[in-house]
Design a protein around this ligand. Structure first.
Ligand code: PMP
Length: 284
């Protein structure tokens, strides 16, 4: 069955779902988005994603032409229209079509809801763990577009991803402008050292992941010691365990960083525990 894609109030088949070449999302990466999972017919952490979308839009002075509850209804309807039980939603709000200058004042925002599937890494790596490198591309300085904005401009992350795949890895750690560890190209990063779970704080130049926050909740409920902490590459190299979280990635172990084997070189016990709690939790 072809996907039914919602654009500004109408459904289109995948091949007919199009935006203008004058759209500033296309021309300038001017817009915001969310990636959201559907588990067992329910939109996972729906409100959290919609809140982040509206916060990203506010930060880039983009007025979304509907209220958050209306947006949630549009998303629910699109999931039903596509009869999706397990899948992935890509919600995009572009600045819309204007003229060829960057001034957005003539643009009319375009809202797009794509309901489809996603798989970021091969299934076997969820058992064996990923190997990653540290990218030479950093996350944006907070006074450039803040990394907390989930904008349509992912070029730094794309370049980090290219760097990773050229090095034979599927993922890359991105540092912030101070040289501290921020996150990976589309995932947040956690380490475990001496039984303590750690992840960089939101002001480390990360996107504050919905999955990150869910995993922190799971860890706290399970009594796993946790703290937000500034991390350097050294902390990562000497970690006992490391894993990544994200809507697309879910929870996946990292067993090698810049050719250093972490801990035992296998998925660690706390990672395993959190993966199990995650898998059960998303369908609870
Ligand atoms: N960081 C970046 C840069 C991302 O693109 C994503 C994916 N949205 C994440 C972290 C993880 O966020 P979430 O758990 O909300 O998907």
């Amino acid at each position: 069955m072809s996907n039914k894609i919602w654009i500004n109030g109408k459904y289109f088949d995948k091949l007919d779902a199009k935006v203008s070449v004058y759209d500033h999302g296309f021309l300038y990466g001017d817009g915001v988005f969310e990636g959201i999972r559907i588990y067992s017919g329910k939109v996972f952490k729906h409100k959290e994603h919609i809140d982040r979308l509206y916060e990203s839009a506010k930060a880039i002075a983009l007025t979304i032409p509907m209220s958050p509850p209306e947006m949630m209804q549009v998303v629910e309807n699109a999931v039903a229209e596509n009869k999706k039980v397990d899948g992935y939603i890509r919600l995009v709000v572009s600045r819309g079509a204007g003229n060829l200058g960057i001034d957005p004042r003539r643009c009319e925002p375009v809202v797009i809801v794509i309901v489809d599937d996603i798989s970021l890494y091969p299934a076997e790596l969820y058992e064996s763990g990923l190997e990653v490198i540290t990218s030479s591309y950093i996350r944006n300085h907070p006074n450039a577009t803040n990394p907390r904005v989930k904008s349509l401009n992912y070029l730094n992350n794309v370049l980090a991803k290219i760097e990773a795949t050229r090095a034979g890895c599927l993922e890359a750690i991105m540092l912030n402008h101070k040289g501290e560890v921020a996150e990976c190209t589309a995932d947040n990063l956690f380490i475990v050292k001496n039984g303590v779970l750690k992840t960089p704080p939101p002001d480390a130049g990360i996107l504050e992941g919905v999955t990150r926050n869910f995993v922190i909740d799971l860890a706290e409920k399970a009594g796993i010691p946790f703290k937000e902490a500034t991390l350097t590459r050294h902390d990562v190299y000497i970690a006992d365990e490391m894993f990544l979280t994200g809507t697309g990635a879910e929870v996946i172990a990292v067993t090698k960083v810049d050719e250093r084997v972490l801990g035992t070189g296998k998925q660690g016990p706390i990672t395993k525990r959190l993966r199990e709690l995650f898998t059960a939790g998303v369908r609870a």
